[in-house]
Design a binder for this molecule. Structure first.
Ligand SMILES: Nc1ncnc2c1ncn2[C@@H]1O[C@H](COP(=O)(O)OP(=O)(O)O)[C@@H](O)[C@H]1O
Ligand SMILES: [Mg+2]
Length: 313
């Protein structure tokens, strides 16, 4: 059977990288139902076999591996039940919910709360699979990473997008230092060619534009307003009161819109090279008179010579 029958093009790309690249982290992030978990589940099985071979060479009898998810239920639904359905694997749990597969002891831990630390504290793991990683409590996430200290240990993550300043985005996905050996793949709903076009069409039409659409369909890390700048950090970049420094240059940007929103922004550049967004006026279905009034108000406040840079439309 051709690979295309088994996997989407995106999943094949991930599988090739998993097999051929030297990595410590593989992070698959993006849209809902885009095929992330299906490929991660298969890499997880491959990793268990690899761990078994590695440990055997080192004379380690029972290597340990961490299977992490938000809750017991989410691991069951997203990972274990899927593997049972696909490969008929019959998991036999011990009294701590651990199981042994391909000669590797798999310890489950729940990342939804700090209590998840207890399950893995002190352990040396040969790897981890973290499902829905953006939902993980950061301390638990860091502990899982630190526990993966056996030689050659690797970590698989899958996640839906969150805000662009989420630690998983800023500290892991955006970390391109080759020494960190993090590879990541971005999935869109359109990448999942196993979904029926009718389903995708209905999802697209039935999802409100802005954050919901950008995250669920396009798989982008955006904030509530649909902001895409990955460096944007609300905590350090938003101030409740701004006093305009002396000598700052004020100017406006105009993006005309009616059905889509229209917007006029007021910006200021100070002498130290900082740019501040002072005002934002955004509205739908407003006639030209409305926008002329907004512009005149701005002139009242910042002087008649403040320039407006307008989109040609
Ligand atoms: N390689 C595949 N072969 C068959 N069906 C697939 C494949 N990849 C994804 N699917 C289908 O798409 C659904 C969503 O995939 P999943 O990996 O669970 O998405 P995500 O984790 O991105 O939400 C699966 O439940 C399955 O029905
Ligand atoms: Mg998933």
């Amino acid at each position: 059977m051709g690979l295309q029958k088994l996997y989407t093009a995106k999943q094949i790309e991930v599988m090739r990288a998993a097999l051929n690249k030297d990595w410590r982290f593989i992070i698959n992030h993006g849209a809902k139902r885009s095929g992330k978990t299906v490929i991660d589940n298969d890499i997880f099985l491959m990793e268990l076999r690899r761990v078994h071979r590695m440990a055997e060479k080192e004379g380690v009898k029972t290597p340990m591996y961490i299977l992490a998810g938000y809750s017991s239920k989410s691991i069951q639904n997203n990972v274990l039940q899927e593997l049972t359905n696909k490969y008929d694997i019959d998991f036999k749990f011990d009294k701590h919910n651990s199981f042994t597969l391909f000669g590797v002891k798999v310890v489950q831990t729940f990342t939804g709360s700090i209590a998840g630390l207890g399950a893995i504290r002190g352990m040396t793991a040969y790897g981890a699979y973290i499902n829905e990683a953006s939902l993980a409590n950061r301390e638990v996430f860091e502990e899982i990473k630190d526990r993966c200290s056996a030689p050659g240990a690797r970590i698989i993550c899958d996640t839906n997008p969150d805000a662009p300043n989420h630690y998983l985005k800023t500290d892991y996905i955006d970390n391109h230092d080759p020494k960190a050996r993090i590879i990541s793949f971005h999935f869109r709903m359109d990448d999942n060619t196993f979904l029926s076009p009718k389903y995708i069409e209905a999802q697209k039409a039935g999802t409100p534009s802005g954050m919901f659409y950008d995250r669920s369909i396009l798989g982008l890390w955006v904030t509530g307003e649909g902001v895409i700048y990955s460096d944007f950090d609300e905590r350090s970049m938003v101030q409740p009161h701004i006093s305009l420094p002396n000598g700052a240059t004020v100017y406006c940007g105009v993006d005309w819109g009616y059905e889509h929103k229209g917007s006029i922004v007021v910006m200021a550049d100070d002498q130290w090279g900082n740019t501040t967004l002072l005002e934002e006026h955004t509205a739908k279905y407003k006639e030209i008179d409305y926008w002329v009034q907004v512009a005149k108000d701005i002139q009242q406040r910042y002087g008649p010579t403040v320039p407006f840079y307008a989109d040609s439309a």
